[in-house]
Unconditional design. Sequence first.
Length: 117
Amino acid sequence: QVQLVESGGGLVQAGGSLRLSCAASGRIVRINAMGWYRQAPGKQRELVAVITSGSTVYGDSVKGRFTVSRDDAKNTVSLQMNSLKPEDTAVYYCKMDRQLPWRGEYWGQGTQVTVSP
């Protein structure tokens, strides 16, 4: 009923940039929050950035380098990643917290981001 499709991952050299996008489809009337999480091998999934209608939260390791944006008309969220570092290498997951027609939490399938030294 709800699907999140991510795009934009890939391989980039340290110092480079990538832009991730996530499109949500299905029964969506209102979204509370959309954002990005990541999981590196052997590590727990961690917050990258979350955006609500009134605020934006970034993980400490990406502040000043990553920018999250949201288009409510299209139910999309994007993540502009600049000054990438090898430690940014991970699978990046899109997450949506739907408010209406009823509350629900949904995840995308993940997209790989690899930053080479």
